[in-house]
Design a protein around this ligand. Structure first.
Ligand SMILES: NC(=O)c1ccc[n+]([C@@H]2O[C@H](COP(=O)([O-])OP(=O)(O)OC[C@H]3O[C@@H](n4cnc5c(N)ncnc54)[C@H](OP(=O)(O)O)[C@@H]3O)[C@@H](O)[C@H]2O)c1
Length: 205
């Protein structure tokens, strides 16, 4: 099969041939249609992640979308090494596969879960966001941040404050549910005043 194959840490992966995977007990074969490319995938390949591979060659990619042999379309995460998501086929345990709503296309379904679950876990389980509360999203202009803005609203946040440096992206966050935005590239005094204002303090300008 064809795959994005990493031959050494810190070197770009190469498109090439890789042996087909054979499922073991409790495992399923996936015919991959879309693979996610995230910061963690780059860290894995660069060798800067604690879980970076130590044996080569290895296929890149951790998660994606594909079809089981019975045709079921699934999101999957955590292929068994040396297999990975960036290949025509991969292999992993059935419990690492999740069904996908029909209306979601393959690419979107591959891209959302990893950053989306991170954002959701942070808000729901770490912050224990309760309906009506105010939420501050730092790094709101990034992939995870933009999802966090939307998820905060879905979880019932009363007010979502989004902070970031990229003015162009900040300007679209209102459409995603942000009630207000704070530009981080301001002088310290202005930034402190902006945060205090959003926290409900009266601040003289
Ligand atoms: N993507 C995933 O699947 C995923 C999954 C789990 C966890 N995470 C974690 O979530 C975090 C964000 O990942 P991402 O994929 O969303 O990355 P991303 O799209 O590159 O977004 C990074 C965000 O961080 C901001 N930022 C970076 N350096 C900054 C600095 N020095 N000062 C202020 N803001 C800064 C960026 O702001 P600008 O727009 O101004 O540059 C941007 O909002 C990372 O810690 C990542 O490990 C991501």
């Amino acid at each position: 099969m064809h795959a994005a194959v990493l031959h050494a840490l810190g070197k770009p992966p190469r498109f090439g041939e890789f042996p087909d995977p054979t499922p073991g007990e409790g495992e399923v074969l996936i015919n991959v249609s879309a693979a996610a490319l995230k910061p963690v995938d780059k860290q894995m390949a660069a060798g800067t992640h604690y879980a970076s591979p130590r044996e080569f060659p290895v296929v890149c990619g951790m998660d994606g979308v594909g079809r089981l042999e019975d045709g079921t379309r699934v999101f999957f995460g955590g292929a068994r090494r040396p297999y990975g998501a960036m290949a025509e086929r991969t292999v992993l345990r059935r419990v690492q596969c999740f069904s996908i709503p029909e209306e979601l296309d393959d690419v979107t379904a591959a891209a959302i879960p990893n950053p989306g679950v991170s954002a959701w876990l942070s808000l729901k389980h770490s912050a224990k966001l309760a309906a009506g509360e105010t939420v501050l999203i730092l790094g709101a202009t990034g992939v995870t941040g933009k999802l966090a803005v939307q998820i905060a609203k879905i979880l019932g946040a009363g007010r979502v404050v989004a902070a970031g440096r990229n003015e162009q992206v900040l300007s679209i966050l209102h459409a995603l549910g942000a009630d207000s935005t704070i530009r981080l590239d301001k002088p310290d005094e202005e930034l402190i005043a902006a945060f205090r204002r959003e926290a409900g303090e009266s601040v003289s300008t």
